[in-house]
Ligand binder design. Structure first.
Ligand code: AVI
Length: 320
């Protein structure tokens, strides 16, 4: 059995396209340079993120897994079986696969910007679960996306674990969640993982680990940009900076120039002073109440929430 692969344009094939050059140029030329976190995820970036999830400092993955392990059966009861499970940012698909025996989806639709990485994972998953129809979508869903006709079920359950929603600003998150709600169909919903505000030292360490894996993950964006737009970033000239910003309730990740330098790419050139930064990612942290309010603003009806004993992380099922 082979999974379906949807015929969408992956970012990899889009490299050098006018739209990608325009987006990257706009970010690099802004007075405070910034770059979408989606550019963290080329093939190596996805592998580095997998490694981050194994780090002792990166508590979200194991805390969320402990919540699924403790309450998975209860979640399956609330969600119901036989749905189309649409896994947003599926990566290696491991989180959804662990829930298959409980959720018993009729169809599995993993979506990820890192297309080749996704296809490798789905191919082996399809062998393990031949009874579940699988359709892999290699695309950037951050600006919304159309589900292909092959997603037939009227009951669509979006699966968005790992607190990836935190990589949107709260305003963007409301817009994105509204789109999911509108597409969930009759009796569908959203099973989502959210990272909660906690001791700031724990948050800082999770994004600046002792082994330097998160630093490599952040710096790898420069290699990806070199590939995408023929830039000449020298990774050695940059350093990883990450910290919790309590006013905005978010981790900020930046790349900081270690020395004065000039970067050129297909579409532009910019000088950076020593200490000048490119803002590469935000990771917003919520309280249980502030996230429930966000889901309400997005139009979701009822919600069930499960959390760990320390209230570090929450998993919520919101009915459309
Ligand atoms: C994918 N996303 C939820 C991760 C996060 O925690 O915001 C990405 C990440 N960035 C640094 N470490 C992990």
């Amino acid at each position: 059995v082979s999974p379906n692969v949807s015929n969408t344009l992956p970012l990899r094939q889009a490299h050098g396209s006018a739209a990608v050059i325009a987006e990257i140029s706009e970010g690099l030329l802004a007075s405070s340079a910034h770059m979408s976190p989606k550019f963290l995820y080329d093939d190596l970036g996805s592998k580095l993120f997998e490694a981050i999830c194994e780090l002792p400092e990166y508590y979200p993955t194991r805390t969320e897994a402990s919540i699924f392990a403790a309450y998975g059966a209860d979640m399956a009861h609330v969600v119901g079986d036989g749905a189309s499970l649409i896994d947003l940012g599926a990566g290696n698909c491991a989180k959804a696969a662990a829930l298959f025996p409980l959720l018993k989806p009729a169809q599995y639709v993993p979506v990820d910007i890192s297309r080749d990485f996704l296809l490798g994972a789905v191919n082996s998953l399809q062998q393990r679960f031949p009874q579940i129809e699988m359709t892999a979508l290699g695309l950037d869903f951050s600006n919304g996306f159309e589900l292909p006709d092959s997603v037939r079920s009227e009951r669509r359950v979006f699966f968005y674990p790992g607190s990836s929603i935190g990589n949107f600003s709260p305003e963007q998150a409301v817009g994105f969640l509204r789109g999911l709600r509108a597409n969930a169909g009759e009796d569908g919903g959203l099973l989502i993982g959210v990272d909660l505000i906690k001791d700031h030292a724990l948050l800082d360490a999770a994004y600046d680990d002792a082994l330097g894996v998160t630093s490599a993950f952040n710096l790898n964006m420069l290699r990806h940009l070199n590939h995408l737009v023929g830039a000449d970033f020298d990774v050695d000239q940059w350093q990883h900076v990450a910290f919790f910003n309590p006013e905005l309730s978010r981790i900020e990740m930046h790349l900081e120039a270690r020395c004065p330098l000039t970067v050129t790419w297909r579409g532009g050139e910019r000088d950076f002073a020593r200490g000048e930064r490119i803002h590469t990612e935000d990771s917003y942290k919520y309280t249980r109440q502030s996230f429930a309010t966000l889901l309400e603003r997005a139009g979701f009806a009822t919600q069930r929430m499960w959390t760990d004993k320390d209230h570090w992380f929450a998993v919520i099922y919101a009915r459309a």
